[in-house]
Design a protein around this ligand. Structure first.
Ligand code: SAH
Length: 211
C-alpha cells in the first residue's frame, strides 16, 4: 500500500472500522474517529503493509506484533480517555496504540523494553506531529512514578499477574486495562475508586508476554 495513495488507505481504514470495530460493538465516537484517522499502515514494516488493515495482528520485528485493530479499539474504549486524560502505556511496540491513545487523550506516557522498537516508534510518532507523547525505554512493570498518577494505564504485553506498581500509579478514579496470564490469558479492567479496587474480566486474549 503506497503512502501516497491516500484515498486507498483512508477507504481501507473506513472499512476496517465499519466491519471490525463498529460492527463488533465499539461505540465511543472519539475512539472510532481515531481508528479512522491514524494511518495504521505507516507503523508497520513495509514488507507487511499489505495486511495493515486486516483483522489480525501483524509482525513488527524483534519477535513482536502490532495488536489486531479490534483489540486496540477495545482497549482504548475500556481506558475511557477524555481530552484531558493522562495515560500510561506499557509496550510501545510500533507506536500505533500510542497514536490512537494520543488522539483521544491529553497526554500519553509510553514505555518500551526493546530500544530499537522504541526508537522506530519515536520517529514515526514525531513525523506525524504527536507532541503529546512522552516515551522512554525500560521495564514497564515499574510504571513511571515521576509522572503518576494516571487516569488510565494500558498494558499491551501480558504479565502472569497484575504488577502492583501499575495499580499504585492509578488516579482515583482510574482504570488499568491489562492482559494477564501465561498459557491462557484474559483481558482485565481494574478500576480504582474511592471505595477501593474492582476487577473484571472482559474476554480471553493472546498477547506477547511482558518480559
Ligand atoms: N501496542 C503495541 C504492541 C506491541 S507488542 C503495538 O501496537 O505495536 C508488546 C510490546 O511490549 C513489545 O514491543 C515488547 O517489546 C514490549 N514489552 C515486553 N515486555 C515489556 C516490559 N517489561 N516493559 C516494556 N515493554 C515491554
Amino acid at each position: 500500500m503506497p503512502d501516497n495513495a491516500n484515498g486507498s488507505w483512508v477507504e481501507a481504514a473506513e472499512r476496517m472500522v465499519a466491519h471490525q470495530i463498529e460492527g463488533r460493538g465499539i461505540r465511543n465516537t472519539r475512539v472510532l474517529e481515531a481508528m479512522r484517522t491514524v494511518p495504521r499502515h505507516l507503523f508497520i514494516p513495509e514488507e507487511h503493509r499489505g495486511r495493515a488493515f486486516a483483522d489480525e495482528p501483524v509482525e513488527i520485528g524483534h519477535g513482536q506484533t502490532i495488536s489486531q485493530p479490534f483489540i486496540v479499539a477495545l482497549m482504548t474504549e475500556l481506558a475511557d480517555p477524555k481530552p484531558a486524560s493522562r495515560i500510561l502505556e506499557i509496550g510501545t511496540g510500533c507506536g500505533y496504540q500510542t497514536a490512537v491513545l494520543a488522539t483521544c487523550a491529553g497526554e500519553v506516557f509510553t514505555i518500551e523494553l526493546e530500544a530499537a522498537l522504541a526508537e522506530r516508534a519515536r520517529r514515526t510518532l514525531q513525523a506525524m506531529g504527536f507532541a503529546n507523547v512522552h516515551a522512554r525505554v525500560g521495564d514497564g512493570a515499574a510504571g513511571w512514578p515521576e509522572a503518576a498518577p494516571f487516569d488510565a494505564v494500558v498494558v499491551t504485553a501480558a504479565p502472569a499477574d497484575v504488577p502492583p506498581a501499575l495499580v499504585d500509579q492509578l488516579a482515583v478514579p482510574g482504570r488499568l486495562v491489562i492482559p494477564v496470564g501465561t498459557t491462557s490469558q484474559e483481558l482485565l479492567v481494574v478500576e480504582r475508586g474511592a471505595d477501593g479496587l474492582r476487577r473484571r474480566s472482559v474476554l480471553p486474549v493472546r498477547f506477547v508476554p511482558l518480559r
